[in-house]
Design a protein around this ligand. Structure first.
Ligand code: CIZ
Ligand code: SF4
Length: 318
């Protein structure tokens, strides 16, 4: 009841402020439900960017992590972009500081710079391309077919995966996602012995040993689609637990098991859950309009630079 009241008051405030919630699949179920009930979106970072750009609301409330808020601000500088907390960051973003990254790029001037969406505005501004995991393979193939060599940042597992799949000449920055990096091939193999019929769906931020066991490797959107469309009834999922909200909604008659992480034993309800995504709570959403410290600002010059590879991403994905 309290949750319903909180959601109703957030909904009323959103209407009063001409605001809409743009939420990521990895946020808590009640956040995703709120976004849906109030006309917002629940999706991956690519669709979040598109939705925020196309929606007529003058304020975007981004329930995700900071790079998603920054991307929204870069694409729509005239809109106010708020987040439940600006402390919600990402290990990939933190692990790729712009000064070091820029120096790395300078050492490899012959390479096309491709960065993952999970980066700061300043890192995007240094890039030729921005990609999300849903278009990573296609962009690498596109560049490779033009004979281009690639500098890939910041996720090394995704970069290695893209290299193996496309044969592109890829040099990777050594970053990783603290959530996906914890999935264990051994634990998945053990779980497969208990449920031999289970299909393994894995996100490419996972280590190679995990991807080798996967029946399908794909972005969050691709994982949800596979779970819905495949005839199988049981799935082992190697990505953030938050995705279970959509999986259960889109495939209610199927069973989903989280892939084991270090020490989890395969039945863990709190593991495989991004600590920064978890900072998006109904309580912080309820006060999102009242605080002085949670609006996203991006230096306009940096934003303009970052807009170039971001537009390229959106046009390529269109
Ligand atoms: O791991 C993430 O943060 C993902 C999958 C972001 C995205 O592209 O939706
Ligand atoms: Fe970053 Fe991983 Fe969290 Fe996604 S799940 S925001 S990649 S730390």
């Amino acid at each position: 009841v309290q949750e319903q009241q909180l959601k109703a008051s957030i909904g009323a405030r959103l209407r009063a402020e001409n605001a809409v919630v743009v939420a990521h699949y990895y946020t808590a179920p009640e956040i995703q439900a709120l976004a849906e009930e109030t006309g917002g979106c629940v999706s991956d970072s690519l669709e979040m960017a598109r939705f925020g750009h196309d929606h007529p609301a003058s304020t975007l409330v981004v329930a995700g992590v900071k790079f998603m808020g920054e991307t929204a601000k870069i694409l729509t500088p005239h809109k106010r972009v708020l987040m439940p907390t600006l402390e919600a960051t990402c290990s990939l973003d933190v692990g790729c500081p712009v000064e070091e990254f820029s120096a790395f790029c300078d050492q490899h001037p012959d390479r096309e710079v491709v960065v993952y969406a999970n980066t700061s505005a300043a890192v995007k501004a240094r890039a030729d391309w921005v990609v999300t995991s849903s278009i990573a393979l296609d962009v690498a193939e596109h560049l490779s077919s033009q004979g281009k060599k690639i500098l890939w940042a910041p996720d090394r597992h995704l970069g290695d995966y893209v290299r193996r799949q496309t044969g592109a000449d890829i040099l990777v920055w050594e970053g990783a996602c603290i959530v996906h990096e914890e999935f264990k091939a051994r634990g998945i193999a053990d779980l497969k012995r208990v449920y031999p019929d289970a299909i393994v769906l894995a996100h490419p931020e996972s280590p190679n040993a995990v991807l080798e066991l996967a029946d399908r490797v794909g972005s969050t959107t691709q994982i949800i689609r596979a779970a819905r469309e495949m005839p199988n009834k049981r799935f082992i999922i190697a990505t953030d637990q938050g995705i279970f909200y959509k999986l259960q909604q889109q495939a209610p008659d199927k069973e989903f098991l989280i892939a084991p992480t270090a020490g989890s034993g395969g039945a863990c309800r709190s593991c495989a859950n991004c600590p920064w995504m978890a900072m998006n709570e109904l309580e912080t959403l309820a006060t999102v309009f009242n605080r002085p410290d949670n609006e996203i600002f991006v230096d306009p010059a940096v934003g303009e630079q970052a807009m170039v590879p971001l537009r390229r991403m959106l046009d390529f994905a269109a």
